[in-house]
Design a protein around this ligand. Structure first.
Ligand code: PLP
Length: 415
């Protein structure tokens, strides 16, 4: 082995990274000094800047992306939804999408995906709509925008709400519109694997002030009282609306079945810091994704990835890989080879209703269990999909190493 090869052997492609900027560190020191650690002014700042970034009027920070999904769904009770109503979701997603539907008190109705986009197939949605359907929840999986024009048309025709699961879609655009701004609400995760991160966290985006107010109530146990930004974000600050005419503190009245899901100030400080570096982080990740998209085609048809279409910008969340049908090796073989030689990999989830025991065995009120074979494309990805990171901590050197390790793997397979 030559010196260069020895050096290359040591190069690793870790899956994720976290940016804790000097500004975030300064804010954290200040929070420690003031002891205002629970939801306060930095949560407010993070919400304001996130809303500006997505181009919506309101953003409501919560403690995880799963809770952002759950709470956005629970807002629908303010619009006449009832427990046991149905929400249409793709069969392939991170499991939190479907868990959120159940935690919000609804039943998920799964729809298969398109294999080349990883996203819900709009042509299969209308067949699944019943009188109990309340919303469609598309997921922009791996940052690739779902087919929103078709989804929004179906929703309008059938009078359904649209909640975008944009957990993985920071920076994604569909026909010039930002992910998280097209439906009635968007739900992002700010967990460390994502582009804007608070460590743990999530955030709901919307142009509807009533939805934002309901989400603020739901994240705080279903609190009634004053939900204005002052009362919600600045501890100790008094708002005249907080007390009723009789002088009662309305914060201890509850008019929704809520959750305990606030973001704390430390998390928000990490997020406020990360937002300052957003453009830099995003452009580095875009560059990494574009480099891999351009250089991975040589492994087709045995290994494929997705395409960026002219109407969209993919949010550079990760680099997905799917084995072709004629690949003479398994996903796990390739994945083990990458993990041993260069890159952390993740499986690209699975068909939630038919490949996860949690939903195979789920006994919901009116939920219809499904059998293997019902979602052929989602199941195919479940057996044959994996992804690696494209984060800002990676450089051409690491990406080239990943490509050369893949080349070696293919050679070993005689391809
Ligand atoms: C599509 C999707 N939805 C929801 C979530 C849940 O986010 P969190 O892990 O912050 O709860 C994730 C997590 O990455 C996700 O990928």
């Amino acid at each position: 082995m030559g010196i260069e090869e020895k050096v290359m052997e040591k190069i690793k492609v870790p899956f994720g990274t976290i940016e804790i900027t000097p500004k975030a560190k300064r804010l954290i020191r200040e929070i420690l000094k003031t002891k205002n650690v629970s939801q306060g002014k930095y949560v407010g700042q993070f919400e304001k800047r996130f809303a500006e970034l997505v181009g919506v009027k309101e953003a409501v920070a919560v403690s995880s992306g799963a809770d952002a999904d759950t709470i956005a769904l629970a807002v629908l009770y303010d619009c006449g939804a009832e427990r046991g109503d149905e929400i249409i979701v793709p069969a392939l997603s991170f499991v939190a999408t479907a868990n959120a539907v159940v935690h919000a008190g609804f039943n998920p109705v799964f729809v298969d995906i398109k294999r080349d986009t990883y996203n819900i197939n709009p042509e299969l949605i209308e067949d699944k709509i019943t009188r109990k359907t309340r919303a469609i929840m598309p997921v922009h999986l791996m940052g690739k925008p779902a087919e929103m024009d078709a989804i929004l048309d179906i929703a309008k025709w059938h009078n359904l709400y649209v909640i975008e699961d944009a957990a993985e879609a920071h920076g994604a655009k569909y026909k010039g519109r930002n992910a998280g701004s097209m439906g009635d609400m968007g739900a992002f995760s700010t967990y460390i694997a994502h582009i804007i991160t608070t460590g743990e966290g999530g955030i709901i985006t919307t142009n509807n002030e009533h939805f934002a107010e309901a989400a603020r109530s739901l994240r705080a146990h279903g609190r009634e009282g004053c939900l204005c930004k002052k009362c919600q974000n600045i501890p100790g600050e008094k708002c005249h609306k907080r007390f009723s005419e009789e002088g009662e503190d309305e914060r201890f009245y509850f008019d929704r079945i809520g959750y305990s899901s606030k973001m704390n100030e430390f998390e928000a400080a990490v997020g406020v810091g990360a937002l300052e570096s957003y453009d830099k982080i995003l452009s580095k990740r875009r560059k990494n994704l574009a480099y891999l998209l351009g250089n991975f085609r040589r492994f087709e048809p045995f290994l494929r990835t997705f395409y960026e279409e002219s109407h969209e910008t993919i949010g550079p969340h990760a680099f997905p890989i799917l084995l072709g049908e004629k690949a003479p090796f398994s996903r796990d073989e390739y994945s083990r080879f990458l993990n041993d030689n260069c890159a952390d990999t993740r499986d690209t989830f699975a068909s939630i209703p038919t490949q996860y025991k949690s939903f195979i065995n789920f006994k919901g009120n009116g939920y219809q269990n499904k059998k293997l074979g019902d979602f052929p494309n989602a199941e195919y990805v479940g057996d044959n999909g994996l992804h690696i990171g494209v984060h800002q901590g990676l450089h051409k050197k690491e990406l080239d190493h990943f490509l050369s390790v893949t080349e070696r793997f293919m050679k070993e397979k005689g391809l």
